[in-house]
Design a protein around this ligand. Structure first.
Ligand code: PAF
Length: 295
């Protein structure tokens, strides 16, 4: 691993692995004496949100691995796979500063072979929210995270609550396929004005960036109303949709979903947990955000 090891000092060493066999032998060395490992799967373009996942990973395990792989199978034909922000050198620096032990950044060919005999199909959990408008998105995520779990064999994996549907689907994947990985969810990191941090925020123009926190404000408004007793949120949501449209958002979805089923709910019940979630375009940028609410 000579030229892939970036040595900062004897106590602060980061190894960058491109191939699975390198990764496995590096982890074999690091994981002596039953050391535990936490994986933070990313597509790179790391921001404060990712750094908070890394902090949680460090609390959860002895060794932290960050994977950086822009996964082609989770992008639709008209989506931004080609233009998705890629800044590998910066990402590696950030990982080193954050005390990450291993960055695993495989090529497309290392992850996907030409042969493709198996297909993943998800039932029900991807019918609504982002799954409803991005066909194949969660199948692609399940496919790559399944592979990453087999490559890294982590004890823990940390994901952000911003992608709450992803978290719930992956939790189910872990249960159904007995992965033996503990999934930890990290709270959403926000800019000072409330905008949820995302690698795609770099697409926003200056004007759009000013408007963007409107999505979170609408979710907060819906939350406040629900907390003060509105348990059939349909009209409330219609009203917030109009507000957002007036600000220039093009809404993909805005609704209240049951955390368990990820399906929209008409009427909320005490004792249940819900997700107030929205996805909307500002120009070409698709923003998503959510608030969890337990009644
Ligand atoms: O959340 C993401 O960045 C991606 O969906 C993930 C989990 C790294 C899989 O490509």
């Amino acid at each position: 691993m000579s030229d892939s090891t970036i040595s900062v000092s004897a106590s602060d060493e980061l190894t960058v692995c491109r191939e699975v066999h390198e990764l496995k032998s590096c982890l074999n060395e690091l994981r002596t004496n039953r050391k535990t490992a936490a994986l933070v799967p990313t597509m790179g373009a790391l921001h404060e949100g990712h750094l908070s996942l890394i902090e949680i990973a460090k609390e959860q395990a002895d060794i932290v691995i960050v994977s950086i792989f822009v996964n082609p199978t989770q992008f639709g034909p008209n989506e931004d796979y080609e233009t998705y922000p890629r800044q590998f050198d910066k990402d590696v620096e950030k990982c080193r500063d954050a005390g990450v032990d291993v960055v695993f950044s495989p090529d497309r060919e290392e992850v996907y072979s030409d042969e493709n005999f198996f297909q993943i199909k998800i039932s029900t959990l991807n019918e609504h929210m982002c799954g409803g408008s991005r066909p194949g998105f969660f199948e692609g995520i399940v496919q790559v995270v399944n592979k990453l779990f087999n490559m890294v064999e982590p004890d823990v994996a940390v994901f952000g609550q911003k992608d709450i549907q992803q978290v719930q689907i992956l939790r189910q994947m872990v249960r159904e396929f007995n992965h033996g990985v503990k999934i930890v969810t990290a709270p959403i990191r926000r800019a000072n004005d409330g905008l949820a941090l995302s690698s795609r925020n770099t697409y926003l123009s200056d004007d759009e960036r000013v408007t963007a926190p409107g999505l979170f404000r609408s979710l907060q408004y819906i939350e406040t109303q629900i907390r003060s007793g509105v348990h059939t949120p349909k009209l409330l949501i219609r009203h917030q949709e109009s507000e957002l449209e007036a600000k220039g958002f093009e809404i993909d979805y805005l609704n209240v979903f049951a955390l368990k089923t990820l399906s929209p709910v008409e009427s909320l019940e005490k004792g249940q947990t819900y997700i107030i979630a929205g996805a909307a375009y500002l120009g070409k940028t698709r923003l998503i955000d959510n608030i969890l609410i337990e009644l």
